[in-house]
Design a protein around this ligand. Structure first.
Ligand SMILES: Nc1ncnc2c1ncn2[C@@H]1O[C@H](COP(=O)(O)OP(=O)(O)OP(=O)(O)O)[C@@H](O)[C@H]1O
Ligand SMILES: [Mg+2]
Length: 450
């Protein structure tokens, strides 16, 4: 990441100011200094500031007041608070007021550097998100579909192209991956957008009613059919029909569906003549149709007819880089804009496997917003235990060879590994291993790691 960012540092301790300025300018940041909140505010108003680092206790305008003013100015700058040891309450108050994070005195160079890098990451994600949404809104409005991962970008491209055609689309993906959302996006970005979008949930309609639901019936076709009824296909004429859970559809109806696709006409129950319809079909399933075909439950010819354009929606665990964006999206959707999230919570969410995919993530965020202990802040205690527990167990799959192994050697290898991953940064390596920096240094000496 390029470092041409401007940091405003407000602290009344001159030597601290000098040290931080020295370290940060060495890293390529442009650093502006203020020795109280008032001075900081003046600089803030006249310069383009990316990150503010401010002490809390200062003369005249203090750090919290400075923070409030900055928030009032609706800038995108992120504010990092410097707090005194043991003043957790003030730190929490600052988070509530909209601080990005806090750092407790005394801190070292690496700690500050990590917080700044995280803030920069978030900032670039936010601006990437704004840019992406703008771009999408320009091309086709997919504003409510979130995701900037390469997998999602490929899907946006396909959706944009598919929307221009009348081809049948088959959406496949686990539960909660957004199949219905994508189906709607295709319809509302097609030339059929002003015509109906009709959803049929093939697994929810009783089998014996399915045929008349889909194709309609004429008066007297069966007992109880006391008047003509239009089916879903007729209702969707010149629009789109969304056949959800298509894998659950009865086999004799599969034949009739195939006919609709081939001949573009429907055979109403009890009618003597077919009716022509102009309907675009989008189907979705969360079971593997290939398996259903092998088991003889799904017709192969129908499968080929509906999967003209197959779209496979990735499970959330395969696009974890989208979690932060999704969380932001759901916080705005379900909460108020003031609500903040402790960075640690994002770590927890990133380590979970999400079997229920985006729907499960949305539920967790909505639940946390409702049940949160602190006003305006979501912290780890607002996240259910099973999500926190999954963290370590699910990622670890160490095989012990038959001849056994030396625990100390494994530990040594892990430490070297963590140091390499952290670019030899000890604070970060210690974070990766969930131990303190002191513990890391002690073990490095023990195993003679340089
Ligand atoms: N990429 C996304 N961006 C924003 N919200 C999403 C995204 N994907 C899914 N969602 C949300 O997650 C929830 C589930 O999505 P949807 O109903 O489309 O999933 P589905 O694949 O149809 O699941 P199922 O197979 O269980 O019916 C919805 O509330 C939807 O708005
Ligand atoms: Mg669905």
């Amino acid at each position: 990441m390029s470092n041409n960012k401007t940091i405003l540092l407000a602290d009344d301790d001159e030597s601290l100011r000098r040290v931080i300025e020295y370290n940060l300018s060495n890293k390529g940041y442009r650093v502006l200094l203020a020795n109280n909140g008032n001075e900081a505010l003046n600089i803030f108003k006249s310069e383009d500031i990316d990150i503010v680092i401010t002490d809390i206790q200062m003369e005249k305008v203090d750090g919290l007041e400075l923070l409030e003013e900055i928030k009032r100015l609706k800038s995108n700058a992120l504010v990092i608070m410097i707090t005194a040891h043991g003043s957790i309450e003030t730190a929490v108050k600052a988070m509530k007021l909209g601080a990005y994070d806090y750092i407790t005195k005394p801190f070292d160079r690496d700690e500050l550097q990590i917080i700044i890098e995280k803030a920069q990451n978030l900032q670039s994600l936010m601006s990437e998100n704004i840019r992406l949404r703008q771009e999408l809104a320009d091309r086709f409005s997919l504003g409510n579909i979130i995701g900037a991962s390469s997998k999602m970008k490929r899907i946006y491209d396909t959706v944009a192209r598919v929307a221009k055609s009348d081809s049948t689309v088959l959406l496949q993906g686990e539960s909660g991956t957004g199949k219905e959302l994508i189906a709607r996006a295709i319809h509302f970005n097609s030339s059929r957008a002003k015509k109906p979008f009709i959803t049929v949930n093939c697994s929810a309609i009783p089998e014996n009613l399915m045929e008349s639901e889909l194709f309609g019936h004429v008066k007297g076709a069966f007992t109880g059919a006391d008047k003509d009824k239009a089916g879903k296909f007729e209702a969707a004429d010149r629009g789109t029909i969304f056949l959800d859970e298509i894998g659950d559809i009865r086999k004799d109806l599969q034949v009739k569906l195939l006919r609709v696709l081939q001949e573009k006409s429907i055979d109403k129950v009890g009618a003597t003549q077919d009716i022509n319809v102009d309907v675009r079909i989008i189907a979705a399933t969360n079971i593997l149709l290939e398996t259903a075909i092998e088991e003889g439950k799904f017709r192969e010819d129908l499968f080929y007819r509906i999967s003209v354009i197959p779209i496979l929606l990735p499970p959330l665990r395969e696009r974890k880089d989208d979690i932060t964006l999704l969380v932001q999206h759901f916080m705005t959707k379900h909460g108020d804009k003031e609500c903040k999230i402790v960075p640690e919570v994002l770590d927890i969410l990133n380590h979970y496997d999400w079997p229920g995919n985006v729907r499960e993530l949305e539920n967790i965020i909505e639940r946390a917003i409702v049940l949160k202990k602190e006003d305006n802040v979501i912290s780890p205690e607002d996240i259910p235990d099973h999500i926190k527990r999954k963290q370590s167990s699910s990622q670890m799959s160490l095989e012990i060879p038959d001849e056994g192994l030396k625990l100390e050697e494994v530990e040594k290898a892990l430490i070297i590994n963590a140091l390499n991953k952290a670019g030899q940064n000890q604070t970060r390596a210690a974070e990766l291993l969930n131990i303190s920096r002191q513990t890391l240094i002690y073990r490095m000496q023990k195993y003679d790691i340089k």
